[in-house]
Design a protein around this ligand. Structure first.
Ligand code: SF4
Length: 337
């Protein structure tokens, strides 16, 4: 009895679209748009995560949501780490300068020969520019980068006793070194908390509603207000990992994004779960985009390594299941930094 009532009630709702379309004088061409738009809106509402309509958000609520996003990202990327290979602050400084407008993988493929030829700031300061350019040529913009590397090496040799300084104010005086590079070095080679605002971080901070600022320095200041210092370095890695793997610049994979319910920009990208899943760019061991020599440890993070392998296995399953997923973020990270 109750069931037939439900059927009766449901039937009239479905009818009008079909009937109206069926009697439409324009025939097939008129049917298609009506059916298409009905299907489209059904798919759209099915893909949408169960989020309550958003009221204007208080600052406190935004801070809470931001910190929850950070916790979720920590679970999603327990293995987040600097993706440049380095063994000391000088190597990280050089690698970070080289990473502008290219992939971390490309830099990691280039630096072994570079550091073999010029292991110290003194060696690099005395380098023949043309020989150095030739080694770093694959990273692009090699003339400017060579100039910066020789310039910063001379400054390190002459003004800092051949050591990379551990203070932001000193680092940014080096040729080719801005706040982003300085924060990378501070956070990962010295364990001094730093927020690294690269293209991924800035884009995601705006999508998350943490700030509307475009200027990286203002983004850094706004985000610094939201999170405790102790989180800054790892937050930077997690956000960049999310930007490279899921929340891409052109086509964010919203329909496959685990933090969609916390994100005000949900819907900016592809919401269809199947299509979104094909956009994911997770790394697998030994695949392009993955760090060639993962660190045994680094000052920014000592904790998460134990379960990193287990979680990484879980993430890698995604890539195994979908070959498109293992086709890595090289193109994506090429526009990074
Ligand atoms: S929901 Fe979309 S815009 Fe928001 S973080 Fe996820 S992929 Fe990015």
């Amino acid at each position: 009895m109750a069931e037939s009532k439900v059927r009766k009630a449901a039937a009239p709702k479905a009818e009008p679209v079909v009937k109206k379309a069926a009697v439409e004088p324009a025939g097939k061409s008129a049917v298609k748009p009506a059916v298409k738009s009905a299907v489209k809106s059904a798919v759209k509402s099915a893909a949408k995560p169960a989020v309550k309509p958003r009221k204007p958000e208080s600052h406190l609520a935004m801070v809470r949501r931001a910190r929850r996003i950070n916790r979720e990202l920590a679970e999603l990327y327990p293995y987040a780490h600097p993706e440049l290979d380095f063994e000391n602050p000088f190597q990280l400084l050089v690698a970070t300068v080289l990473s502008a407008q290219t992939t971390d993988l490309r830099v990691n493929q280039t630096t072994p020969a570079l550091f073999a030829a010029y292991p110290t700031p003194e060696d690099m300061a005395a380098a023949n520019p043309e020989e150095l350019e030739e080694i770093i040529r694959p990273t692009g913009f090699f003339r400017n980068k060579a100039k910066s590397l020789i310039g910063l090496s001379i400054a390190l040799r002459d003004e800092f006793g051949g050591e990379v300084p551990g203070r932001l104010a000193d680092l940014v005086t080096l040729p080719g070194v801005g706040r982003k590079t300085a924060n990378v070095v501070l956070g990962n080679a010295f364990g001094v908390p730093g927020i690294t605002v690269d293209t991924h971080f800035g884009r995601l901070a705006r999508r998350f509603g943490w700030t509307a600022e475009e200027d990286p320095v203002k983004v850094e200041a706004a985000v610094a207000e939201i999170f405790p210092k102790s989180e800054w370095t790892m937050l930077s890695h997690r956000v960049v990992f999310h930007g490279r793997r899921i929340c891409h610049s052109q086509k964010p994979a919203c329909g496959a994004c685990p933090i969609a319910p916390l994100c005000p920009a949900y819907g900016e990208g592809v919401t269809d779960p199947e299509k979104a899943r094909k956009l994911l760019k997770y790394e697998m061991g030994g695949q392009p985009g993955q760090r060639l020599r993962p660190p045994a440890d680094f000052p920014g993070e000592a904790a998460a390594r134990a379960d990193a392998v287990a979680h990484h296995g879980q993430v890698a399953d995604l890539a195994v299941a979908d070959p498109a997923v293992s086709d890595l973020a090289v193109a994506d990270s090429a526009v990074a930094e």
